[in-house]
Design a protein around this ligand. Structure first.
Ligand code: UD1
Ligand code: PEP
Length: 418
């Protein structure tokens, strides 16, 4: 299993290019299942999660062509004949559930393994199922598989119990081919939902309200092929901003935008960073020492849970005490124990962490427990004195394209041990 060895204490400087967003690319690639015509996607990140999803849909009978060098993927679901997502593939990636809506809408049936619980929480998919049932799908869950069938879904008024990102995406995709109008209330407003809606509209879908909490979809008989460019990854962007904030330095991130990062940038300004935004680049200059910043995670446009671990890391070395509240996932503090191994002062009480900044962290061996927890450990390792070895970095490979190369280009001392 690969590990990452980081020698801390180097300031970061220079430029790094941000990749396409994992959490936009995953649903958008699934949208290709909704049409018989070829779809072309650009700016698709080279990530393990993307490879997993492409392998999953390829075994359904979809033809997959990929140019890893330029990030283009062409999918042709004209011959899709196996609307099944087997456990072996779903278990490594929860976002596989995003094939459910498109498959039942286009094929009239689907058999999709229930994604298991994962490190950050139980993450059930009851809202996805409830929404499809309200649209007329017959659904049973047997032997760990969701069986869904419906000759044609019917538009309906849907209301999810909580804001769910992939739930909104699944139901929005299904509704595109349903008969009549679907209204999704309490919809997720995440920018990735909007990017998906833009792709669906380019395919001929009739959607309004994406980006608000009420999305209306007028079903159409069929969708056609289109080309879509995946939006930049706002979480990858935020992660590099945090890395430079913590390690010190002056970096410029290109191929990205501050448009969806208001709350993250606001917190970094509060922490004492200087930030300049351009149309498609962001520059950050770190202060001598960061000030502690408290955060509370909540659905967009509030502070993203996918940036919580990175902010815990920067608070570990900031001046003062920060309160971190995690309101989305019930078990998303596993990085705290690992950060303590580096010398951090963190107290956990339920969904609240109290982080008091220390003057210095010290390198140690730590274990990555999930994707963003790993990112938090990388940030702490960049600051820690001496060497830190991060084990189980397959979590990082799920969501960060060429992490060690991008960090090395910014001057970090980092190497992958195979
Ligand atoms: C591929 C992708 O886009 N992943 C993101 C997506 O995950 P994902 O879409 O899985 O997360 P959700 O927005 O669905 O989860 C929000 C909360 O709702 C709960 N819930 C959700 C659905 C459901 O049917 N029942 C239920 O109880 C979840 O357990 C969680 O507590 O949004 C999360 C919250 O911003 C991010 O951390 C993930 O990076
Ligand atoms: C939790 C995440 O991803 P996923 O929903 O794919 O597990 C994430 O991107 O931080």
């Amino acid at each position: 299993m690969d590990k990452l060895r980081i020698t801390g204490g180097t300031r970061l400087s220079g430029e790094a290019r941000i990749s396409g967003a994992k959490n936009a690319a995953l649903p958008i690639l699934c949208a290709a299942l909704l049409t018989r015509e070829p779809m072309t996607f650009t700016n698709v990140p080279r990530l393990q999660d993307i490879r997993t999803l492409l392998a999953l849909i390829e075994q359904m009978g979809v033809s997959v062509a990929r140019d890893e060098a330029d990030g283009t993927v062409t999918l042709d679901a004209g011959a899709l004949d196996n609307p099944v997502a087997p456990y072996e593939r779903v278990k490594t990636m929860r976002a596989s559930i995003l094939v459910l809506g498109p498959l039942v809408a286009r094929c009239g049936e689907a058999r999709v393994s229930l994604p298991g619980g994962c490190a950050i929480g139980a993450r059930p998919v009851d809202q996805h199922i409830k929404g499809l049932q309200a649209m007329g799908a017959q659904i049973s869950v047997e032997h760990g598989y969701i069986h869904a069938a419906s000759p044609r879904l019917k538009g309906a008024r849907l209301f999810t119990d909580m804001v769910t990102v992939t739930g909104t995406e699944n139901l929005m995709m299904a509704a595109c081919l349903a008969e009549g109008e679907t209204v999704i209330e309490n919809a997720a407003r995440e920018p990735e939902v909007v990017d998906l809606a833009n792709c669906l509209v380019a395919m001929g879908a009739r959607i309004s309200g994406a980006g608000t909490d009420v999305i209306r979809i007028q079903g159409v008989d069929k969708l056609h092929g289109a080309t879509h460019r995946i939006m930049p990854d706002r979480i990858e962007t935020g992660t590099y901003l945090c890395a430079a904030a913590a390690a010190g330095g002056d970096i410029r991130l290109t191929g990205t935008s501050s448009a969806y990062l208001d709350v993250v940038i606001d917190k970094l300004l509060d922490a004492g960073c200087e930030i300049d935004t351009e149309r498609d680049a962001i520059r950050l200059r770190a202060p001598g020492r960061l000030s502690a910043v408290s955060i509370r995670t909540a659905p967009y446009p509030a502070f993203p849970t996918d940036m919580q671990a990175q902010f815990m890391a920067i608070n570990c070395v900031a001046e003062g005490t920060a309160i971190i509240r995690e309101t989305i996932f019930e078990n998303r503090f596993m990085h705290a124990v690992e950060l303590q191994r580096l010398g951090a002062d963190i107290r956990i009480d339920g969904n609240t962490a109290v982080v008091t900044g220390v003057e210095r962290l010290e390198g140690a061996t730590v274990m990555a427990t999930d994707l963003r927890a790993s990112a938090g450990l990388v940030i702490a390792a960049l600051v820690a004195e001496g060497e830190t070895t991060i084990e189980r970095i397959y979590h990082l490979d799920r969501g960060y394209e060429q992490l060690e190369h991008k960090l090395a280009a910014l001057g970090a001392r980092v190497e992958r041990l195979r």
